[in-house]
Design a protein around this ligand. Structure first.
Ligand SMILES: [Zn+2]
Length: 109
């Protein structure tokens, strides 16, 4: 099942917009926690914990966004979506989930 380049570009673009939304949400969550007494000590600790989780998620999402953009530029080139080891096509689902992968599921094991 080979997808056309246009379809691939569309899928990747959709994933890029989704990931951009995540990046924005995580950025909101990683704003400095104000020393606001009204939220209470426990919720403040929660907020700080959530903040470090959100920071990790933000870094991951930003990285994925870059990789998706790189993948988008490679659509149409011979190296796009082809496993570097066995030369079989890498399914689009895998490319969207892990745009940095250069191996198919079997070879990545
Ligand atoms: Zn392979």
């Amino acid at each position: 099942m080979h997808m056309k380049d246009d379809e691939l570009r569309q899928k990747i673009s959709e994933e890029i917009s989704k990931t951009e939304k995540f990046v924005e949400e995580y950025r909101d969550m990683t704003r400095p926690v104000a020393p606001d007494v009204s939220i209470g000590r426990i919720s403040r600790m929660d907020a700080i914990n959530n903040k470090s989780v959100a920071e990790a998620a933000l870094r991951e999402a930003e990285q994925k966004l870059n990789q998706l953009k790189q993948a988008l530029e490679k659509v149409g080139s011979t190296e796009f979506g082809v496993c570097r080891r066995c030369k079989n096509p890498i399914p689009i689902g895998r490319i969207l989930a892990r745009p940095q992968s250069v191996y198919c599921v079997h070879c990545a094991r």
